[in-house]
Design a protein around this ligand. Structure first.
Ligand code: SD4
Length: 326
């Protein structure tokens, strides 16, 4: 009992943000000793993951509905006007059109995704509809848009956000494609969550690389590349140059490495090593991974510095800098 008290004290003092109601419920039933792993646990890529995690955490802890949590969580980012890599306000392709990719997956193998979809404000919700309402896993392009219409999704005007329009006009002066590491091209949100019941789910949504070729699809909607979840093992998601991640089936690779006994951190590091070995022009590539195993251990690793992720558990909500290879 005294151990538990001292842990609670450390929790209160050591946390960046405290949620009183959660501490209260922790007092009643759910205290973990120092060193024990965390359930529930939510990780999301980049700083915008903080707000997304807040939403997901609220849903997960109130309802226990992990799929709803990972969907609603990343919807916050899809609406964030400051984010130029997620949602319709994101930077467009070379033709000046915003096209979106998204995926969602449960630990029982259910999954859905949409790729190269236009005019849909919440591609993550469309991906969920693919998972729940169709016999398919992935819908792309006009077919995905038609499915959205049939499901009653409103169609948005195809006008760029003022900031995206400004940057696009600037880019058109040279029309040179040079990815800028950690800046405009790398802000996808990938979220992975572990519920108190040990079930896992994940979501990933992006407008993809800025000024990509029309029709280009990245890793985010590809199950196994941008996202993979297995209740028997854990979950992983990716951000960064999608082509480099697809080449190594990054998220699937991490889950399989964890299945073989590696910790989430070791698995993320091995995936980055593999990515570096399979991609030329590594000087111009950034990619990062986050992973959780079913015991509530987690890890993160990137090719180069600058990648961070948001971590929520019952004791605190933090933005954490990931380690990197270079
Ligand atoms: C893509 N992986 O389409 C995405 C981009 C990204 O953070 O992650 N940005 O390649």
């Amino acid at each position: 009992m005294s151990n538990r008290r001292s842990f609670l004290k450390k929790t209160v003092i050591g946390s960046s943000v405290i949620i009183p109601s959660l501490i209260h419920s922790a007092c009643q039933s759910d205290i973990r000793e120092i060193g024990e792993n965390y359930k529930p646990l939510i990780l999301s890529t980049w700083e915008h993951g903080m707000a997304a995690n807040d939403k997901a955490w609220d849903i997960l802890t109130k309802t226990g509905d992990i799929v709803e949590a990972v969907e609603q969580g990343v919807k916050v980012t899809e609406l964030d006007l400051k984010n130029l890599s997620v949602g319709l306000q994101g930077l467009p392709d070379r033709e000046g059109i915003a096209t979106l990719d998204a995926s969602i997956m449960k630990g029982d193998g259910s999954c859905g995704s949409v790729a190269f979809v236009r005019q849909v404000k919440h591609p993550i919700s469309l991906a969920r509809k693919v998972m729940e309402e169709t016999p398919h896993v992935m819908l792309a392009g006009e077919g995905a848009r038609q499915f959205a219409l049939a499901q009653g999704f409103p169609m948005e005007e195809e006008t760029l956000s003022p900031r995206a329009e400004e940057l696009f006009q600037e880019w058109k002066k040279t029309s040179e494609y040079k990815p800028i590491i950690n800046i405009e091209n790398h802000d996808t949100i990938g979220m992975i969550a572990l519920g108190a019941d040990g079930k896992l789910a994940g979501s990933c949504t992006t407008s993809g690389l800025a000024y990509k070729m029309h029709g280009r699809v990245g890793d985010s909607p590809i199950i196994g590349a941008g996202l993979f979840v297995d209740d028997e093992v854990g979950a992983a998601t990716a951000t960064g140059l999608g082509e480099s991640i697809i080449r190594i089936c990054g998220s699937f690779l991490i889950v399989e490495l964890m299945r073989q006994g590696h910790s989430p951190q070791e698995a993320c590091e091995e995936a980055v090593r593999r990515l570096i070995s399979k991609n030329k022009d590594i000087d111009n590539i950034q990619a990062g991974f986050i992973a959780i195993n079913k015991d509530g251990e987690y890890g993160a690793y990137a090719v180069r510095p600058g990648f961070n992720f948001a971590r929520h558990h019952f004791e605190s909500q933090e933005l954490v800098d990931a380690k990197s290879k270079f």
